[in-house]
Design a protein around this ligand. Structure first.
Ligand code: CO8
Length: 261
């Protein structure tokens, strides 16, 4: 049973599919949806049966066309800050889930939608997808992490241009600047996301988790600290059954059977 009002949740063979489901407003994120995403990802984090997540938008036009502009218009300085902090904590929960989240960007990913995709581990796009941070068109700035994550993904200069111009770019341009990894015809997007999720699921889940941690945390510190983090996590691998299984399976010329232990 779907326990959410604004998102759809499905779970099959270790993969959770989370669909933002407000197609009438191009899946715009109102506060209730942001809270549901927070709750949904907390439950995915604690669900041992789930190893990977696909995040997408309902309908044929949009991934997420941003924060809900009608709600935004009601803000005062205090509630505006609270709304930004709530969204940031929701998106940080996705980024730090410890399980890969693949954004299947099936249409407009604007403002909060581009920020949501940016918080995911990997972005795949339909050839019809459009990306942008149009906040300056509305007289606001990105508030769900866009000024921070976009620059980390595509570099400072490109993030500056996207955020200051409010321009919308197509999927090809998003791939050229490194915002998305691959582009597919719309009908092939979800199968491709599933295939990638299944590939990752076939690997050692602890190694996947530690790889993500090394990249995420390592990028926030200097090179020496990042390398120390990597070495520590590398050493930690040898405390896991999966590492011994993976190494022995290679030596014994058989497929590894990882247990996440
Ligand atoms: N919020 C609320 N409603 C929206 C939004 C939105 N972001 N986007 C679209 N809608 C609604 C439209 O109002 C319309 O509703 P209605 O049918 O009742 O008139 C319906 O969705 C369909 O949209 P359009 O008719 O406009 O569809 P088009 O195909 O003509 O245009 C666009 C599609 C280009 C995507 C257009 O809808 C658009 O420009 N949308 C707004 C995009 C935008 O500016 N997004 C950024 C919002 S700001 C933001 O995300 C800040 C994030 C950080 C916030 C931190 C604090 C909370």
């Amino acid at each position: 049973m779907n326990e959410y009002e604004h998102i759809l949740y499905e779970q099959s063979e270790g993969i959770a599919t989370v669909t933002v489901n407000r197609p009438k407003v191009l899946n715009a994120l109102n506060e209730a949806t942001v809270r549901e995403l927070l709750a949904c990802f907390a439950s995915i984090r604690d669900n041992g049966e789930i190893g990977a997540v696909i995040l997408t938008g309902a309908g044929e036009k949009a991934f997420v066309a941003g924060a809900d502009i009608k709600e935004l218009a009601q803000n005062n300085p205090v509630s505006g800050k609270q709304s930004a902090l709530l969204g940031q904590s929701s998106f940080s929960a996705i980024e730090n889930l410890g399980k890969p989240t693949i954004a299947a960007v099936n249409g407009f990913a604007l403002g909060g939608g581009c920020e949501l995709a940016s918080a995911c581990t990997i972005r795949l796009a339909a050839d019809t997808a459009k990306f942008g941070q149009p906040e300056v068109n509305l007289g606001i700035i990105p508030g769900y992490g866009g000024t921070q994550r976009l620059a980390r993904l595509v570099g400072k200069g490109r993030a500056m241009e996207l955020i200051l111009s409010g321009a919308t770019i197509d999927a090809a341009e998003a791939m050229r600047i490194g915002l998305v990894n691959h582009i597919y015809p719309t009908t092939e997007l979800m199968p491709a996301a599933h295939k990638l999720a299944q590939t990752i699921l076939s690997k050692g889940p602890l190694a996947v988790k530690m790889s993500m941690e090394a990249i995420h945390k390592g990028l926030e510190v200097g090179l020496d600290e990042g390398l120390a983090l990597e070495a520590n996590l590398f050493g930690l691998c040898f405390a896991t059954e999966d590492t011994h299984e993976g190494l022995n399976a290679f030596i014994e010329k058989r497929k590894p059977a990882f247990k996440g232990k």
